[in-house]
Write a protein of this length. Structure first.
Length: 234
């Protein structure tokens, strides 16, 4: 056996072992495409799994189709009623806008469990009296405008009063305000009083001197009177 033959034999052996390993791997990880159901711990076949998934999808599709058909029927019914309902609600809205009075009391749509009630006889929307009376929208708009006008007038009056208060405060405490004028006048009067006091000081001294002289003269006169009395024997 030549060296080349030995190499080929070894290569053939290696390839054979590799093919065996590859075949065993395919066999051990094969996909079970049978339709057998699950038994105990054994999983179901792949075909059974996919059939079950298709059944679920088909059930959901049938439910969706049933809902779509029902919705389509409701849509066609509502579309047939839409022109008439549009006219009806436009009339009712116009009534709410400006037509409510004693002869036309307010009404509202009858709703039960979130569904608008319809008269089975003619398919018209059922209207019921409002739970509490209210006026038309135009009346409320007019009241709002009046209230807003009164509010603006009050704001203007308040701003005028604030400005008047600012002006009077400025007149009282400003640089030439009444308080400053009173303070200046008080200073002037105090200065005049001090000046008058200074002017009266000499007169005061003269008066005191004259008073002392008068007191002396009075004592002297009293002494003379006593002498006359003594001479007269009184």
């Amino acid at each position: 056996m030549t060296r080349t033959g030995k190499i080929l034999v070894y290569v053939n052996l290696v390839l054979a072992i590799g093919m065996c390993v590859w075949a065993f791997g395919l066999y051990s990880t094969r996909i079970d495409w049978s339709n057998k159901p699950a038994k105990g711990s054994e999983p179901p076949g792949e075909l059974a799994k996919r059939m079950a998934a298709l059944k679920q999808v088909d059930s959901a599709l049938q439910t969706a189709e049933a809902r779509q058909r029902a919705a389509a029927i409701d849509l066609r019914t509502m579309e047939r009623r839409r022109p008439r309902d549009t006219q009806f609600f436009a009339k009712e809205l116009d009534l709410l806008q400006k037509g409510i009075d004693k002869d036309n009391p307010p009404r509202i749509v009858s709703v039960q469990a979130g569904v608008i009630q319809v008269n089975p006889a003619d398919g018209m929307v059922v209207m019921i009296p409002a739970p509490k009376p209210f006026e038309s929208l135009d009346v409320y708009v007019q009241q709002q405008q009046q209230t807003q006008a009164a509010l603006l007038a009050s704001i203007s009056e308040y701003q005028a009063l604030v400005q008047d208060d600012v002006n009077k405060t400025e007149q009282i405490i400003g640089e030439k305000g009444l308080r400053q004028q009173l303070f200046n006048e008080e200073e002037i009067k105090l200065a005049r009083i001090k000046q008058e006091i200074e002017d009266l000081k000499p007169l005061y001294i003269n008066v005191m001197v004259e008073l002392q002289l008068l007191n002396k003269r009075q004592r002297a006169l009293e002494a003379r009177v006593k002498e006359f009395d003594v001479k007269a024997g009184r």
